[in-house]
Design a protein around this ligand. Structure first.
Ligand SMILES: [Mn+2]
Length: 242
């Protein structure tokens, strides 16, 4: 099977190294492929440092996710001798495992990656429809999920509609960050966070074939937030015909 010249986008990994490696084998990812992660490589899962090492070893690109940024801010505070002692133990634990090259790589992650061959963009959380790329706010790109009635971005799910449903292009946007909505396939935007770390799946989308490939989580590594937990109960009741 010819596997050259693919672009492969991968949803939020959150330290799920085993599943990432299984996805690599399933897709026969090689050095010819352009691999782009949509951010949140770290936190919540079993091997955050391992995922960073994997990305560097396979020359994968990634946009910055909000959890990747938490790690960077911790390191910054620590180096500037500001108060870093209130950081969660999980953040310190990952930080202890990273070397200088890992930190340099993390610091180099952009908010946005252009994929001109496919008229596409990758961003962690989203983009505000109607706002030029250069005027998008950093905070929105890292944390947004919905658009309110007044057109502004919010990280809250229920306070508006999915931003991706309003995005009109021209570039197709690939993103993560929203495990509650899970796989989202809109006309001009595709959401790839299928909650692997919560026991869901790790999902990839390939270009130009537009093939959706995912692997099942070995187990749930983290407790989902309230909204996701509630949706899972609803989903279970539906399956059981209640
Ligand atoms: Mn996120």
């Amino acid at each position: 099977m010819a596997t050259s010249a693919r672009t492969i986008l991968i949803g939020d990994v959150h330290g799920c190294l085993d599943e990432l490696e299984e996805l690599r084998r399933t897709l026969s990812i090689s050095g010819d492929d352009r691999v782009i992660l949509v951010g949140d490589l770290v936190a919540k899962g079993p091997d955050s440092a391992g995922v960073i090492a994997w990305a560097r070893a396979h020359r994968a690109e990634s946009v910055l996710g909000n959890h990747d940024e938490v790690l960077l801010r911790y390191d910054e505070a620590r180096r500037e001798d500001r108060r870093a002692d209130d950081a969660p133990e999980a953040v310190r634990k990952t930080a202890r495992k990273l070397d200088d090259d890992d930190w340099a790589w993390l610091q180099s992650l952009p908010l946005l990656i252009a994929i001109p061959d496919h008229h596409a963009l990758a961003v962690h959380a989203g983009l505000v429809p109607g706002v030029p790329l250069a005027a998008q706010r950093r905070e929105d790109m890292l944390t947004m999920r919905s658009i309110r009635a007044d057109g502004t971005a919010t990280k809250k799910l229920e306070d508006g509609v999915p931003w991706a449903s309003l995005w009109t292009g021209p570039e197709h946007v690939y993103f993560g960050h929203d495990a509650v909505r899970g796989l989202q396939r809109h006309l001009h935007a595709t959401g790839l966070d299928t909650g692997c770390v919560y026991g869901g799946r790790l999902t990839a989308f390939t270009l130009p074939d537009r093939e959706l490939v995912s692997v099942k989580a070995r187990r749930a590594y983290a407790e989902p937030g309230k909204t996701l937990a509630a949706r899972q109960v609803i989903g279970q009741k539906k399956r059981e015909g209640r």
